[in-house]
Design a protein around this ligand. Sequence first.
Ligand SMILES: *Cc1c(COP(=O)(O)O)cnc(C)c1O
Length: 414
Amino acid sequence: MSFNRFRCIRSAAANGAKALQYRSSAIGRRYISGDAPKVLPDIEPSRLEVTRTNTPGELPPSSQLLFGRTFTDHMIRVSWTEAEGWSVPRIEPFGTINLNPSATVLHYAQSLFEGLKAYRQPNGTITMFRPDMNMKRMNSSAQRLALPTFDGAALTEVIKELVRLDKNWIPKEPGHSLYIRPALIGTNGLLGIQPPSEALLFVICSPVGPYYPKGFKPVPLYGTTEYIRAAPGGTGAFKLAANYAPGVVAQKSAAQAGYVQNLWLHGPEHYLTEVGTMNLFIVLKGSDGVVELVTPPLDGMILPGVTRDSVLALARNHVAGTKRLDGLPEQIKISERPITMAEVISASKSGQLVELFGTGTAAVVCPVDKIGYLGSDVHIPTGPDGMGPISKPLWKELVGIQTGVVESEWNVVV
Ligand SMILES: *Cc1c(COP(=O)(O)O)cnc(C)c1O
């Protein structure tokens, strides 16, 4: 196998102006005691090394794209050690990772991930949606696991380079995108439970088709009372691998009972928290006729979703008059507050429940039509095409932004 390795000159030139900014960042630096503190290297996009594949693959036809099955030609690898800091970032052919069988990620789940998308715009440019939010969250997850933090803007630059290199893998059909999956794992091979002294950050990409190829399909949820996802003081607010493995049995029993996803509840009051791996919104009509858009607060048990944040921002801009959205009522009360199953059931019975939906990068908005709860089904209204009256205009604006129909500073050009 011959290597076609070269320094990424373009990246170095393009990032010359930003180099100072990276260098001035304190995130990810480790200081070793002594006379003068030793500043260890952070991720340096100007030092990127690219090794291209000699056996490029081919993007399968849209009809054969299944989420997370197909991966692009290349991936990012950046390793870290406590003594040396972050290594030179590398883009290499997509391939396996060698790990010592005693690596802590395999035993103690020292592992976290992110998920974001790149979209091909009608004019041919490629954009990523709010990558700064994902980088911020990835660093907060790293901190929670005592894994190394890093300069998020710097990793974003390296990801841009990867997306540019693999841009032919972004399907051209409308509604398609490139799913970007960064991950960070502890790799040291010492069986003691302690902060990792070695870690590996990697990024892989997978082309994806539209979430709703045949129109919106509301999903039935199973209100899980046998298991919990998160608890106060736990890790629910972080995208840690350890949060997902225990959720699989809950998802499996929801599916066995005939539901599509599970609804995570908290405490004896059965507070609604999240839908499977999505955030949750509930729309109620108050006795004064005013619509209330409710989502559980970021109390440490809720994953701070980028889509959740975006939906709230769009709704708040609409109410403030900064950017009105067609189809939404002029007045909406926006609440980040706890909400119980008792309140949802009572609103469903009195006709005050307007809709309920999940939000996340994959589906953007996912309408719900019923909740199986303690042996019976709670009915939830859905609109004529499956999407409710409040989620529809919000979804339309958000997807419009992501696909370049609506201009927004949330789009970052790759
Ligand atoms: C990733 C995730 C979400 C959605 O976050 P987005 O940034 O909107 O994709 C919500 N809940 C859980 C548990 C998640 O893992």
